[in-house]
Write a protein that binds this ligand. Structure first.
Ligand code: HEC
Length: 158
């Protein structure tokens, strides 16, 4: 399912249940800063970070963010994976970037950053305009089944 369809469905659902607004874009400035921090304009994490376990190459998504995805983890979460110590949450400072593609077109970027108060969420169109930011329930609810909200891979096995 492509993301425009997903967003339309989300807006219909939000309107139906009278939730204020349909975008849940509470922090566009913060999301823009995070976009710059990870170097998303040039996909800087492609050279600097590691691919997520199970996502060693681009593959079909199980989620409504793009048809195919690349997922990258920053050194903080990579170190937690390498340590092979049992944990029940990812360390503060963990960042995961997911790029969604339609063919060769990057049609969206989604970022999760673990902060002292929990995960910060942001999703952008391919050029970096934030569509969702903050702690959108649409993100948190579907990700609740993950390992401390991470869906693509689990905690390290000691
Ligand atoms: C309907 C379920 C669903 C919703 C809604 C959803 N995601 Fe995801 N997300 C997934 C799944 C499943 C994955 C695993 C990778 C894949 O298959 O694409 C994932 C992967 C990710 C990843 C890579 C790290 C991880 O957790 O695996 C990020 C970052 C991400 N999503 C961000 C977001 C953001 C931001 C939102 C809200 C705008 C969001 N997601 C909404 C299901 C969802």
């Amino acid at each position: 399912m492509g993301s425009p369809l997903f967003r339309t469905a989300a807006c219909v659902l939000a309107a139906a249940s009278l939730i204020a607004g349909c975008r849940q874009n509470d922090d566009p400035d913060g999301a823009a800063a995070l976009w710059d921090q990870v170097g998303a304009s040039t996909s800087a994490y492609r050279a600097a970070w590691r691919r997520a376990p199970g996502y060693e190459q681009r593959r079909a998504s199980d989620a409504p963010h793009g048809d195919d995805v690349d997922i990258f983890v920053n050194p903080t979460i990579a170190a937690a994976l390498d340590a092979k110590v049992a944990i029940t949450s990812w360390p503060v400072g963990s960042v995961i970037v997911k790029e969604g593609f339609d063919g060769n077109d990057r049609e969206l970027v989604a970022i999760m950053e673990k902060r002292a108060d929990g995960w910060y969420w942001a999703e952008y169109d391919g050029s970096g305009d934030p569509l969702y930011s903050g702690k959108p329930s649409i993100c948190t609810e579907c990700h609740a089944s993950g390992a401390d909200s991470v869906r693509a891979f689990g905690f390290p096995k000691p």
